[in-house]
Design a protein around this ligand. Structure first.
Ligand SMILES: Nc1nc2c(ncn2[C@@H]2O[C@H](COP(=O)(O)OP(=O)(O)OP(=O)(O)O)[C@@H](O)[C@H]2O)c(=O)[nH]1
Ligand SMILES: [Mg+2]
Length: 227
């Protein structure tokens, strides 16, 4: 049981305190991707890298509990040059490393900026977790919560801070809906009811559109960040 997390009620929309590096230059926009195990976080990160790497300077931090599996996947897929991909091995519940003790992740982000910067964007993927997992606003400026249709079409209705307060909710693997009996219209309606004006994207990375809508949202965030 985790009953004592002091940061659970941080507003994920709030911007990290230190928007500038010690030398006064603006640091990269940091976007976190969280969500349940296997929902498609790494696949979304890979697709975002492919969509944005020619127009932006970007890097990725992955979190796994016991391995570097996700970083190794991104390296194998060559979505970015290897020096732009770093793994954090959390050794504990993933949310601990993105919300409670963010030091290893912050260090990873700052080391990347030092090594290959200046960067426009750093994507931080959380290890797969549960519906309560959110990022500390001290680590990321905006967060995407990724769920998928195969996890059950009642997930948006079940709520939790990821579903209700993430800056963007992604309902992934819509191509699988017919096979698992998920009602996409209901998922979209439930998500809207939980999130009021906050955006929701339904996507299939197996479709032609792929990550287009999420990439557009990232570009908008970046434009606001650099404005
Ligand atoms: N059919 C289908 N499969 C997908 C889609 N997106 C991801 N997958 C597959 O789903 C599986 C899990 O995807 P990952 O990206 O590894 O999921 P993850 O959320 O990073 O998983 P963890 O980091 O282990 O929590 C992989 O086999 C992906 O190829 C999609 O849109 N449609
Ligand atoms: Mg992953």
């Amino acid at each position: 049981m985790h009953l004592d997390h002091p940061h659970t009620h941080d507003s994920p929309s709030a911007v990290s305190a230190d928007a500038r590096r010690p030398d006064g230059t603006r640091r990269a926009l940091r976007i976190g991707l969280g969500g349940p195990v296997g929902s498609g976080k790494t696949a979304t990160v890979a697709a975002l890298c492919r969509a944005l790497r020619d127009e932006l300077s970007l890097a990725v931090v992955t979190n796994d509990i016991y391995t570097r599996e996700d970083a190794e996947f991104l390296l194998r897929e060559a979505v970015l040059p290897p020096e732009r991909i770093t793994a954090v091995e959390t050794g504990a519940c993933p949310h601990t490393a993105i919300r409670d003790d963010i030091s290893a992740n912050l260090e990873a982000v700052e080391d990347l900026e030092d090594a290959v910067g200046p960067l426009d964007l750093v994507l931080v993927e959380s290890g797969g977790d549960n519906l309560t997992a959110t990022f500390s606003k001290g680590l990321v400026d905006a967060q995407i919560f990724v769920i998928d249709v195969a996890g059950g079409d009642d997930i948006p209705r079940k709520g939790g801070p990821g579903v209700t307060t993430a800056d963007l909710l992604v309902v992934n693997k819509t191509d699988l809906a017919p096979y698992v009996g998920s009602d996409l219209a209901r998922m979209a309606a439930d998500a809207k009811a939980q999130r009021a004006e906050l955006p929701v994207v339904l996507q299939s990375l197996r479709s032609e559109d792929g990550v287009t809508a999420v990439a557009r949202w990232v570009r908008e965030r970046l434009a606001a960040w650099t404005a």
